[in-house]
Design a protein around this ligand. Structure first.
Ligand SMILES: [Zn+2]
Length: 337
């Protein structure tokens, strides 16, 4: 399906090769403190995954256009820990088992039918999200009234993932402004893909993708037009840290998530990026996310990246893993302090 090669493959940026040995997060004896994952996709396990997937690649290798290039630059290689897809038909069950074990609640994005499967499987752990181009070819849009119904009567809570960058469009493009106006009117937060993307083969696999359309400062006009809009910059605008900080400083309704980037790039680089966000004073606007697609153990792996971050205080870790998202999503009874 064309859409699968545009709006949803946001985390295919890495050429996975060598991985780290970060200990997987687990807690076998006492209930784990609550975690909110603000970036999960309502997949059913049919995503074309790589097995094993080696998180936090250490390098991105060159390719030559004279060779036949695979649509993704994912390299099949041995590593520890390696992440594997589920057995056929087991994916949703496996991820939800992980969410129970790790005490995770997840904002889960997709077309309403796909998200419903997840809601049915774990109603208390799924915060439903949907957007205006879910499951459609690039440029095709869900009717405004239909989307309005999703949020007013369908129980959806977040508008996302908005993948305009995969269409080569700025989030401030006037052609989609009515959707953002709707989100502002209904007081629904929006989650917009900004930054990381492509796969090292962007021109082959996703010819409309533009790295430049992930520039966080492209959100400025949108925010000026919709001053009450609550924005989640997915992937934290990676790697455009200076522009990301500029936007955060100027717009205090803006939060970021670290999904995708947390496991797609070299560990040192990931930690440096998150540390920079925190050191710049935005520790209360960084939210945890995975970009969960096809590997059930990705969730514990990604949590461990925050838990093992020696540059974060215990309080900052709890804020990133839970409190910041609870505030952004206005979840009552925020806990975890
Ligand atoms: Zn994305």
């Amino acid at each position: 399906m064309a859409y699968k090669f545009t709006g949803r493959l946001f985390c295919s940026a890495a050429l996975f090769s060598i991985c780290s040995t970060v200990t997987l997060a687990q807690n076998a004896t006492s209930p784990a403190p609550p975690v909110i994952d603000v970036h999960v996709h309502a997949m059913d396990g049919n995503f074309p995954g790589v097995a094993p997937m080696c998180p936090n690649t250490s390098k991105f290798t060159a390719s030559d256009p004279k060779d036949k290039e695979a649509p993704f630059g994912w390299v099949k290689e041995e590593c520890t820990p390696a992440l594997y897809p589920s057995a056929p038909g087991e994916y949703i069950k496996d991820v939800i088992a992980e969410m129970e074990r790790l005490n995770v609640t997840a904002v889960t994005f997709g077309d309403p039918k796909s998200v419903q499967k997840w809601r049915d499987a774990a109603p208390a752990r799924i915060i439903p999200g949907t957007s205006f181009s879910n499951g459609m070819a690039p440029g095709q849009r869900v009717a405004l009234d239909e989307l309005r119904r999703d949020f007013t009567t369908g129980g959806f809570k977040v508008m996302g993932e908005i993948g305009l960058q995969y269409e080569g469009l700025s989030p401030s493009d006037p052609s989609v402004d009515a959707y953002f106006a709707l989100a502002e009117e209904l007081d629904i937060p929006v989650a917009i893909h900004m930054g990381t993307g492509g796969s090292g083969r962007a021109n082959v696999a996703m010819p409309k993708f533009r790295g430049s359309m992930g520039n966080p400062l492209l959100l400025e006009d949108l925010l000026a037009r919709h001053p009450k809009l609550r924005v989640q910059v997915m992937h934290a605008g990676y790697p455009m840290i200076d522009n990301m900080l500029t936007l955060l400083q100027a717009n205090s309704h803006v939060y970021v998530d670290v999904a995708g980037l947390i496991w797609s790039y070299p560990i040192k680089e990931v930690n440096r990026y998150i540390e920079r966000l925190v050191d710049a004073g935005f520790e209360d606007r960084v939210m945890f996310g995975t970009d969960q697609l096809v590997w059930p153990k990705l969730m514990s792996y990604s949590i461990s990246m925050i838990q093992n971050a020696d540059y974060l205080t215990p309080q900052q870790k709890r804020d990133i893993l839970y409190n910041n998202a609870a505030r952004f999503l206005r979840i009552d009874g925020a806990q975890g302090k």
